[in-house]
Each structure stands twice: as structure tokens, then as C-alpha cells.
Design a protein around this ligand. Sequence first.
Ligand SMILES: [Zn+2]
Length: 307
Amino acid sequence: MVAGERLARYGFPDGHPFGQDRHAAFFAEFSKRGLDKRVRVVETRAATREELESFHTAEYVGLVAERSLTGQGYLDAGDTPAWRGVYEAAADVVGATLLAAEEIMAGRVRRAFIPIAGLHHAARTGAAGFCVFNDCGVAVEMLRRNHGLKRIAYVDIDAHHGDGVFYGFESDPDLIFADIHEDGRYLYPGTGTAHETGRGAAAGTKLNIPVPPGADNTVFDAEWPRVLAHLRKFEPEFILLQAGADSVEGDPITHMRFSASVHERAARDLSRLADEFGHGRVLGTGGGGYNRINLAQAWSGVVQGLI
Ligand SMILES: [Zn+2]
């Protein structure tokens, strides 16, 4: 697992739902369950500018660097405020995901989890929805560049649609995408209809499963096998899981009603699937989640599922 003080710094000030206290809330539950005795925990590293620019445009990376110096203004239309040091904190999140991916590819670990990561709204050209740099998007590009992987899967059970990843790879037939999220008619970012399956040569490689507000475990149990079947069809060489805890009942900004056990199950099923594919590679990220009790339980469950 990649965690620690540097990663905890990615959070927004002044009572923002994505506050810096999310890391500590998770870590207390992780330790309470004795997971700190079973999992190696390492500090993150900073992603380099070159790594960030494998997914993001140089113009956008430059804008974040500039706003980070003054801490003034927004990085998008008004959801994602800049703060002093935002560039370094966001580059540390991307570095965590890259470090975990490298450890997996080196065969030092089979799976990994990063609580503060999975910033799935950030687009190639800009920030969105509390997400500055898209660590999953950068990881896909770097896994291809450094390790020659071709087919990579991205699975997302956050309440919000993973639009930054989806549109970042919409025409890319080798990014296998599956996303269960609250219907965009009721929740930000409003995208991810079932008709969005990928463009051109990528048609059919993307699976969007919008579910109604109030969707509970019964809905998850009915839809989840479609995700597993989608991955089986393409046999990806690496699986990224964005395990946003805002799909658990009681989140202050969404309307979904999964229980935290869903997150553990998702991690466990994907781990078994990756073992079935012969490589075992699953990298989990925490994503969203604004109820501190929910995120602590869902993410600790993910760690248990990955083990
Ligand atoms: Zn979310």
C-alpha cells in the first residue's frame, strides 16, 4: 500500500468534502483491523512532469504549476480550487499510483491499494470535480510506455461516472472500461449512459452501467456479473479498480445505498479474475467518499479483498 503524510496532503481546505482528514479516517480503521501487520506500507514519490504529460497536456500541467505558487483561483469552472502546493500534492498522488504499478510489474507485490488516489474526473486538458491530475490515466499511459502492456482494464464503483478516464480513452480499443455509477440525470458529472460504449475501433470495449438513486446491494448483485463478464471477454493484462466509497449509503453528496461489503467483494472478485488470467495484477484506488466512516470501512474492505 502507498500511504502516509505526503499522500494525506491531497485535500481541499475550509471544510471542503474532500478534506485532508480522509487519509487519517481510513488509516485508523485499517490499523484497527490489524491490516498494518499484514500489508507493507510505503511513502509515495512525486510523478515527474514528463509522466504527468503522458496523459495531460503540457498547457494544463503548466497551469497547475503556476496556480500552485499563489494558491489563488480555480483549476476548473469552480469545483476545484487551487491552493498553495497543489501541484506537488497532486503529483504525489500520481506518483503513488505509478509506484504501486511499478511494484506490481516488478513482481514485488501482486496487488496494491492507495487510499488517496483514483482521481477519475480530471481530463487530459483540465481539472474537474476535486480531481487535479488523473493518476489512473497517467498509470495506463506509463504501463504501456515502460512495460509494453497493451490491454488494461479500468473498473469504477464510485457513485460518480469516471468521465476523465472514459473520455480520455473513448476511442482507445485497448482500455477496457467498466463503470457502475449513479445515473447522470441525478448526479455530477451527468455522463455515462448505457449507450456510451466507446467510439470507432473502441466500440464495445466500454461498459457504462448507470443505476438509479437509492440503488442498493440488490442492484449491485444484479449488475456486477456484467462487469466480470466484460473483463473476461477481453482478458486484460492489468486491472485498475477505482473503489470510491461515495456509493455507500449515507454519503453526503450522492444518493446511492450500497453497503461497504460491496467494495470488499469487488476487490476480491477482481483479484480472483486476475489470478485466473495468470498474472494476479490488481491496483486499487480509494476514489471519492465523503462520509468518513463509510470510506474507512469500504477501503479497509478493499484491502482485505485484495489480500
Ligand atoms: Zn465520486
